[in-house]
Design a binder for this molecule. Structure first.
Ligand code: FDA
Length: 889
């Protein structure tokens, strides 16, 4: 089947499904439908279809859609029997602000409060109610803050028409209800409370695991969600006299249980369902001869191109094994099971948590713990982080050569904050030539004992170091922010990656170096293969991951039984020095680990040239890697090993089936997070020409929402580049590449960037990959359009750059994904997501060609490159014959 046929079929299928779940393409159509004879027994709440806004223009459009929907309702409210029968409006806040995130709280409250108040005033004047939808748990506090602002708005003082959905799969639902009861009482109004179970359960679980949270915000067993719903219903009915109860569910058991409770409480209430779902159930519920309880239908309104994400949520809900609407149509499932009492099920559990959904810390099983993250939507967590970061920043930071455990005096040099060059964050003493020689001498003498001690004590020291890193997270974050200009979320991710490296290599060392592997062979002989450290490793790391890559190299070398000379990047010795202190505190012998800050061309070059260095682990530019390679090759004596991780010319291919909104979110993260200073960062976004105009429009809008500034502030998305030299090279490239470009867009810099080395994010169209001579290491994204028939040659051209590090594909056609993934030679390929942030042990990281030698960091083969292999063969029949053979029956 050709693409046009598939497209037509897809459009038709969307139309059919759209009809099932969407009430009308326009509010006028939806109103007409709601007033049609068969539909009049229901009440309605209209939701304008739209997902999280990407751009300010999207948010404006959504706001306008609501304003005019309320206007349209106002004109027709007289056609409904009474005030209760009138339709209401449901509002999704993330669609009304492009940064509806906790990190942008101040801006969100400033922008959204007046808009919401305007909508509420319009709704009140129209005589209709307005309810706030609730979305991901991270947005709940912001949503509640906005609701409170509405309730406290003097213009809305007498209004009892606003409400909010409360998700009972969230563990804090009862606390939220108590808060709402207090708010309603205090502001003397009736608040509408729509009790829902929640629509984002799977993504809550995934996010909890990815972020290494202490626990999940939601229950992990379905009956717990059901019981929570009933408990919340009881709170609303018994204690919530100032709440108007609205029970939104399609579950017959939930309906029946709530109905019984509600009858006893003699409260006014209504049920609610989604358009296209629960029709049979509610035919019975609403019938006067049935339960005779009113039901309101949540009815999305919009065009089918806005439908997809909503549709996906509904299809997931309808298709989920645990969902009532799915189970009720399953003829093999006995009805007693489907309407079983959830309270009894929960009573029967030995433990509340689902046995197959491990806590985020346990997702890697018994061999290692997942690193702990911070819940950045939790105000208390943020306050503690800020306090500790400030505390540690009060004293000046110092680093200097650490040789054999002794802090030596080096040549002192100040280090400045790249976000504010006037601020000196600390001082580094750079190592002298004699320090290098002395450190290598001590390290060479200490290495055999460290190797002979075996894997367990080495792994135990690394595990202890991981714990110390976690305990020092705020301090390490403060250093990454102020010394390297990294944003707070990037810095937290950096500490977590370092912790993961420590625990992962500890686990691999226990597994692979713990005891010799028995090899097969003839009887009468035992054969074993064992792994040992090579000697002294020089670990030379870059400034862009001053803690994670530094720690990863050092931890791998140590785990494999080597001693280490660690040379941090010139720009970031402070955080690396702190890492070394923690490693020594954890029990790594001071004779085994030495720290030599200094100039690469001096300290690094001297170490690499020293014949006592058995291997070099290097991350940095391809040019420097080649220089090291030549130095090592020119040395007399044994051939040393080089493990090099270098740059990339990373591309993402986007075909016309991809979802432009998702593409842009992922492209912006991949290109501009960390100010584009990641080896994995996206450099060339290749978009099929059919959707290029839309992608570029969204890209520009999304870039306008990026906050460029001091990374110490949580709302900052893009911090400075590392130094003036880097900035000047990037600006030079920017000037050249925009000349004659068919399209480009640049985010302007604000005054907050005046004192630092900032580069305004730039997206620029190019006509060919050939214009890119080398890696552009900063926030500059090149956009290349291609024709569908040129896909293969495009992949070949990307391979032809000689780099092969990361690569992204955005396509909803499986065969295209497989075809492109098979043809591309990049080391890390990501499909339908961003292409940065490789996780240790999950996405081992590293490329080929000009991008590095391998093996992949954070992968199962990495430690082996740091090791010598030895076999031991013992002739067990040499003395007195082959006893085991003779003993056989
Ligand atoms: P059912 O009894 O099948 O329960 C499904 C629930 O169980 C879901 O919440 C699901 O996540 C949960 N679940 C499944 N497996 C689980 C497990 N292992 N552990 C714990 N829980 C598990 N949603 C939302 O998030 N925000 C909103 O603002 C709204 N608004 C809204 C308005 C109206 C009028 C309706 C009818 C619905 C919503 N929804 C919503 C969607 C709503 O959350 C969704 O329809 C319900 O979760 C379905 O619950 P039922 O009782 O119908 O089904």
């Amino acid at each position: 089947m050709g693409e046009p046929v598939v497209r037509t079929a897809k459009r038709q299928a969307m139309r059919i499904m759209g009809h099932q779940f969407v009430m009308g393409r326009t509010i006028a159509e939806a109103l007409d439908n709601s007033l049609a004879a068969g539909n009049r027994r229901y009440r309605y709440t209209f939701d304008m279809l739209g997902e999280a806004a990407l751009t300010g223009a999207d948010a404006d459009r959504y706001f306008t859609a609501y304003t005019s929907a309320i206007g349209a309702l106002r004109a027709r409210v007289g056609e409904y029997a009474d005030a209760e029968a009138r339709p209401s409006i449901s509002v999704k806040l993330s669609a009304m602000h492009p940064r509806f995130e906790r990190s942008h709280r101040r801006q969100v409250l400033a922008d959204l409060t007046p808009r919401l108040v305007d909508l509420c005033v319009a709704a009140r004047d129209a005589g209709i109610a307005l309810t706030l939808d609730t979305e991901e748990s991270e947005r709940l506090e912001l949503t509640l803050e906005l609701l409170e602002a509405i309730c406290r708005e003097p213009r809305l003082a007498d209004w009892s028409g606003c409400g909010i959905a409360v998700q009972t799969y969230q563990k804090r639902a009862p606390a939220v209800l108590r808060y709402l009861i207090g708010l309603a009482r205090e502001t003397r109004r009736l608040l509408h409370v729509r009790l829902v179970k929640g629509a984002y359960w799977d993504s809550e679980i995934k996010r909890g695991q990815e972020r290494g949270l202490a626990g999940y915000p939601v229950f992990t067993r379905k009956p717990n969600t059901d019981v929570s719903y009933l408990a919340c219903a009881r709170i609303v009915l018994e204690d919530g006299v100032d709440l108007y109860p609205q029970f939104a569910t399609h579950n017959a058991h939930t309906v029946a249980a709530v109905w019984h409770m509600a009858r006893q409480s003699r409260r006014e209430f209504e049920f609610q369902r989604l358009h296209g779902m629960g029709e049979d159930l509610y035919a019975e519920v609403t019938r006067t001869e049935g339960l005779g309880v009113p039901c309101r239908v949540y009815a999305p309104v919009g065009e089918h191109e806005d439908l997809l994400p909503y549709l996906v949520r509904r299809l997931l809900e309808n298709g989920s094994n645990t969902s009532f609407v799915n189970r009720i149509v399953n003829e093999n499932e006995p009805i007693e099971n489907i309407v079983a009492d959830p309270v009894r099920a929960v009573d029967g559990y030995e433990r509340v948590a689902h046995p197959r959904i491990p806590l985020p810390v346990d997702i890697y099983g018994p061999s290692r713990r997942n690193s702990s993250g911070l819940h950045l939507a939790d105000g208390a967590v943020l306050r503690e982080l800020a306090d500790r970061m400030q505390h540690v920043s009060r004293r000046p930071w110092i680093a200097g050569p650490l040789v054999g455990g002794r802090e030596l005096d080096g040549q002192p040099e100040p280090l400045r904050n790249p976000a504010n060059l006037a601020e000196v964050v600390g001082t580094v003493g750079t190592a002298r030539a004699e320090h290098v020689g002395e450190a290598i001498g001590i390290a060479s003498r200490a290495q055999p004992d460290w190797d002979a001690a075996g894997a367990e004590p080495r792994a135990a020291a690394l595990d202890r170091a991981a714990d110390l890193y976690e305990q020092s997270l705020p301090e390490l974050v403060a250093m990454c922010v102020r010394e390297a200009g990294k944003t707070v979320p990037d810095s937290i991710a950096e500490v977590r990656e370092a912790v993961d490296f420590l625990r992962y290599y500890a686990a691999r060392a226990r597994e692979d170096f713990g005891k010799p592997e028995r090899m097969p062979g003839p009887t009468g002989e035992s054969n074993e293969l064992s792994l040992h450290g090579r000697g002294v490793f020089a670990c030379i790391s870059p400034w862009n991951f001053p803690l994670a890559i530094f720690t990863g190299q050092v931890a791998a070398a140590l785990a494999a039984g080597n001693s280490v000379i660690a040379k941090p990047a010139e720009q970031t010795p402070l955080v690396a020095g702190q890492a070394v202190r923690l490693l020594l505190q954890a029990g790594v012998p001071p004779e085994v680990l030495h720290f030599l800050p200094g100039d690469g061309a001096v300290v690094g070059a001297q170490a690499v040239a020293d014949p006592r260095i058995a291997g070099v682990a290097f991350t940095g530019s391809t040019e420097t890697a080649k220089l090291i390679h030549r130095t090592l090759a020119g040395r007399a004596g044994a051939i040393p090993v080089l493990i090099a991780e270098t740059g990339g010319q990373n591309a993402m291919i986007v075909d016309s089936s991809a979802l432009p909104e998702q593409v842009v979110i992922d492209a912006v993260q991949s290109a501009f997070n960390s100010a584009g200073q990641r080896c994995s960062a996206l450099r060339v976004l290749c978009v099929q020409e059919d959707i290029a105009a839309k992608v570029m429009r969204l890209l520009a809008g999304c870039m306008n929402e990026l906050v460029v500034g001091d990374p110490a502030f949580l709302q900052t998305d893009v911090g400075p580049v590392i130094d003036a030299q880097a900035r000047d090279i990037l600006e030079q490239h920017a000037r050249k590449i925009v000349q004659g470009a068919r399209w480009h867009h640049r985010r302007e810099l604000g005054p907050a960037t005046a004192n630092g080395t900032f580069v305004a994010p730039l997206a620029v169209q190019i006509d060919s990959l050939d214009v890119l001579e080398r890696e552009v290491f900063g926030p500059i994204l090149h956009v290349l359009t291609y024709r569908a028939r040129d896909l293969e040659s495009l992949v070949d051209a990307i391979n032809g750059t000689g780099y092969g590090l990361t690569f992204g594909i955005h396509s909803r056609i499986d065969s295209t994904v497989r075809r492109v993934a098979a043809r591309i030679t990049a080391g890390n390929v990501y499909v339908n997501r961003n292409m940065v942030g490789a996780v240790v042990g999950t996405q081992p990281f590293g490329g080929c060609g000009l991008s590095g030698t391998g093996p992949k960091a954070g992968g199962p083969h990495y430690l082996h490159r740091f090791a010598h292999e030895r076999t031991l063969t013992i002739n067990t029949s040499a003395v007195g014959g082959n006893a085991s053979l003779l003993a056989m029956e």
